[in-house]
Design a binder for this molecule. Structure first.
Ligand SMILES: [Mg+2]
Length: 471
């Protein structure tokens, strides 16, 4: 007898011991799935790779939707720009090459598939092994020492601070935290941002010679601290309401919103939560606009009457039987909290422009007051550990567990991801309905793990696939 995932209890009883040989292991593995993902681990992990059994792809129509599990960056929001900026900044800091003349910057086609959607360690590891030829030892130390001091004094994420202190200690630099200069900086944290050059210069003069010879693994750890410092410094400014100023500084465009929801997110969340009732059909024009925004092509509607009927039926269904929903992100909680806070304030503003009754708008507005009113689970990298993030299944498995979805209902779950590693993580967690929703930065990814690739994103899933329900 095979269970849904194909595992065979009789076979298991016959050959499963706590320790088994490779032949029996191969036989056992075969019972788990017909398809496996090969997941490469960071250099300092045993084993070098792991095989993850994938859930079979599912495309059959649904009768009910138990849950939707959704990635954050690139799927629910557009924050990838900030992450990519911070990664490029890290390489510039470690090399001292700050202008495009000195170094052209990251390669859209070759680099982006390797620096989006995975764990920060993997992103940094990739970039360091590709660009270490540009590095300068003094620049690395200067950038790292500033990042470490900033994180301990100005940073707000406790886990980050602890990691930075561990790194300092491993580099024999823990004494720095007792130095008069450090204590002076700690006494006026607000000034640290403006004194970056002076602080880096002073620290490298005083501590540069104490550093041991830096190995590749050291460079990755230092790079991670430099990356996070930049990213978190920007997040702190966004939280202070300086988004426009940052956009002008970094992208020469004050109107560019650094954090905003992906097209169709407000409609999709409101629909599957059952908030739209009989007014869902009034939002079809805005959903069509969102489809066009996401896919770049206008939606060629079949009969508009048929479309209205389908949306109306879907909305009725979800009013009676709302789905659960979770964010599943490889970002740490500190980041996800700020990002989703910003996303929900934009969603609240979007809501006010929609052609819905005041009564309904007010009811939905209450739900949007805090993102936790909408999400039944909110899973971040802080729920796991850096070495078990996507493409490993852990974050999605934690989400399914927190959403209280039993394994027999995994077939009624939809997962959304914009990256290769995210789609693998969804299927490795046992979810066979895995929708890739690529956006500009992840178009070059390999999506063979996905059940369906939807360039029209969430609006396409509603408009052409009916959220997988029978029309
Ligand atoms: Mg993503």
């Amino acid at each position: 007898m095979l269970t849904a995932m194909g595992y065979n209890p009789l076979l298991l009883k016959r050959i499963m011991k706590k320790i088994t040989d490779k032949n029996n292991a191969a036989e056992l593995l075969q019972t788990l799935s017909g398809e496996f993902a090969v997941i490469k681990n960071p250099e300092y992990i045993h084993p070098a790779f792991e095989l993850a059994p994938l859930a079979p792809k599912l495309t059959s129509p649904l009768e009910s939707l138990t849950a939707a599990v959704m990635d954050m960056d690139g799927t629910t929001t557009t924050t990838e720009e900030l992450c990519i900026h911070s990664l490029e900044f890290m390489i510039r800091k470690m090399s001292g090459k700050f202008t495009a003349d000195e170094w052209i910057g990251l390669d859209h086609t070759l680099d982006y598939p390797n620096i989006i959607g995975n764990s920060t360690t993997k992103h940094v590891e990739y970039l360091i092994s590709k660009y270490h030829g540009l590095f300068d030892q003094t620049e690395i130390k200067r950038a790292y020492l500033f990042a470490a001091v900033w994180t301990i004094i100005v940073g707000l994420d406790q886990k980050r601070k602890e990691e930075v202190i561990i790194n300092l200690t491993n580099l024999n630099l823990a004494g720095l935290m007792k130095s008069p200069f450090f204590l002076e900086l700690a006494a006026s944290p607000a000034a640290v941002n403006d004194r970056e050059n002076e602080i880096g210069e002073k620290l490298v003069k005083q501590y540069g010679s104490i550093f041991p010879e830096l190995t590749r693994t050291d460079l990755v750890k230092l790079g991670i601290d430099i990356y996070y410092q930049r990213y978190h410094a920007i997040l702190q400014r966004i939280k202070r309401g300086e988004s426009r100023q940052i956009s002008a500084e970094l992208f020469n465009d004050p109107e560019k919103r650094l954090i905003q929801p992906m097209p169709g997110i407000l409609f999709f969340l409101s629909l599957i939560k059952g908030w739209l009732g009989n007014e869902a059909v009034d939002l079809i024009p805005s959903l069509l606009k969102d489809y066009e925004l996401k896919s770049g092509t206008p939606f060629t509607a079949q009969n508009i009457g048929t479309l209205q009927q389908r949306i109306s039926r879907l909305s009725d269904h979800f009013v009676k039987d709302p789905a659960k929903v979770s964010i599943v992100t490889s970002s740490i909680f500190y980041e996800a909290d700020i990002v989703m806070g910003e996303v929900f304030s934009v969603l609240s503003a979007q809501l006010r422009t929609l052609p819905l009754s005041e009564e309904r708008k007010n009811a939905i507005a209450q739900k949007l007051e805090h993102y936790r009113n909408t999400y039944d689970a909110f899973i971040t990298a802080s729920d796991s550990t850096e070495i078990r993030l996507k493409p490993h299944r852990d974050l999605y498995s934690i989400a399914l567990h927190q959403l209280n979805v039993p394994v027999k209902e995994f077939g009624n779950v939809i997962g959304f991801e914009d990256s290769e590693s995210g789609t693998i993580a969804i299927r490795a967690a046992g979810i066979g309905r895995c929708i890739a929703v690529p956006f500009a930065q992840t178009k070059g990814h390999n999506f063979e793990a996905a059940t369906m690739v939807s360039y029209g994103g969430v609006p396409e899933v509603v408009l052409t696939h009916n959220v997988f329900f029978t029309p």
